[in-house]
Design a protein around this ligand. Structure first.
Ligand code: COS
Length: 386
């Protein structure tokens, strides 16, 4: 399908595809087995300017939008979702700064992020605040010219590896979600440490840790926006980033489909290559159709966001929901097409199937995406009634 990408967008796709094929594919199995953070690949991505894609030119970036980021994420995800998650979570952590940072904060942090010198992580989730993001308990208590942060963030992607953290903490518990605020905190700040690295089912090349704040003092200027808008910062951040999770789904599904087609051409049973059997063709046909539909919604929503639409919660959730459910189905079917071989670690599809599962969970489970879409439908219906 031709998505009428501009010359520049095609260049970004080709660049990310080249890095994926030459630098990521050869090491992905080892990174997965060892649960090793892809330091060398991060350097390659930095040298290729891919960290600067979505950052405005005045802060040293390339000034591109959501679509360009999705194109790069898709290509990296085709090769390894663990590596792509590291890259995409950097964007997730940067959105609070981009959307709510002051010009001074942007000047301070964005050039190093754009250059790939500093990696970012987003800290929202806690032990008792997963789907119920409003239930966070980490506190930020004002004290003179500082805030004192106490609490623990859980399952934070890029935790420990990132240099910059954008986090949400409660400044006024009596106000519920309106009592949360967003902050930027740097690694190395006294009272800020990391828990152990989590041992995960998939995306094992990415780092996931706790963030532990124990009387961590930060200057008052580190607040993003103002007190009380932390929940909105978190929601707007997720609205901006969820299409990128959809792009991860498109990429991993494409990677698994490509493997299944190659295998089906070569595998001979009953005297014929299995691609000649209608049972296999029908599975491949469904996989190809759903990948194209997923790519279409991801690109369409990315263009919608880039067009400057302010209300994107519903569309962003739709693209994440659809494309990541496709990713789970297609990677599972790729294993099925490849049979016993697909189940073995010798082939990459078992990893892709393990990796894909997280896409239905992180940045809001797909059940939460349906809630977000449902809430938007109710609002629209109320407006229509008037
Ligand atoms: N943009 C701006 N404001 C938003 C918003 C959005 N997308 N979504 C909600 N808000 C506002 C609401 O308007 C409301 O404001 P008021 O208090 O002024 O009325 C406030 O935020 C609370 O909204 P709501 O009542 O809808 O919040 P809930 O506690 O019901 O939670 C869900 C809503 C479930 C959608 C939210 O908690 C969520 O997204 N959970 C999943 C979190 C997640 O993705 N975690 C992954 C961790 S990051 S990898």
């Amino acid at each position: 399908m031709d998505y009428f990408l501009t010359e520049e967008q095609v260049m970004i796709k080709d660049l990310a595809a080249q890095i994926a094929d030459e630098k990521i594919v050869p090491v992905r199995a080892e990174l997965d087995e060892k649960g090793e953070f892809p330091n060398e690949i991060m350097v390659v991505l930095a040298q290729s300017d891919l960290f600067g894609l979505f950052i405005p030119e005045e802060y040293g970036g390339l000034g591109k939008g959501c679509l360009e980021l999705c194109i790069a994420v898709e290509e990296l995800s085709r090769a390894c979702l663990g590596v792509a998650t590291t890259y995409a979570a950097n964007a997730l952590g940067t959105y609070p700064l981009l959307l709510f940072g002051t010009p001074e904060q942007k000047k301070q942090y964005l050039p190093d992020i754009a250059a790939g010198k500093k990696l970012v992580a987003f800290g929202l989730t806690e032990a008792n605040a997963g789907s119920d993001a409003g239930g966070i308990q980490t506190t930020a208590k004002p004290d003179g010219n500082e805030y004192v942060i106490n609490g623990t963030k859980q399952w934070i992607t890029n935790g420990g590896e990132a240099d910059i953290y954008t986090i949400i903490a409660i400044t006024d518990r009596s106000k519920g979600p309106r009592g949360a605020s967003a902050f930027v905190i740097e690694k190395g700040t006294d009272g800020f440490s990391f828990g152990k690295k989590e041992d995960k089912m998939g995306i094992r090349a990415s780092a996931t840790t706790e963030l532990i704040f124990d009387n961590c003092r930060i200057p008052k200027e580190n607040i993003l926006g103002k007190e009380g808008i932390g929940f909105v910062v978190a929601m707007k951040t997720l609205d901006s980033s969820r299409t990128g999770v959809g792009a991860q789904g498109v990429g991993v599904a494409q990677g698994a489909y490509d493997e299944a087609v190659q295998f089906a051409k070569q595998r001979v049973q009953f005297g014929h290559s299995i691609i000649s059997f209608q049972a296999i063709q029908h599975m491949l046909a469904d996989m190809a159709t759903s990948i194209e539909a997923a790519r279409a919604i991801v690109y369409a929503v990315a263009r919608f966001i880039d067009g400057g639409s302010k209300e994107v919660s519903k569309e962003s959730a739709m693209s994440k929901l659809f494309a990541t459910d496709v990713a789970m189905k297609v990677t599972t079917d790729a294993v099925q097409v490849m049979g016993g071989s697909g189940y073995m670690k010798e082939y990459p599809v078992e990893k892709m199937m393990r990796d894909a599962k997280i896409l239905q969970i992180y940045e809001g489970t797909n059940q939460i995406q349906r809630n977000v879409i449902g809430q938007a439908i109710i609002k629209e219906a109320a407006r229509q009634k008037k």
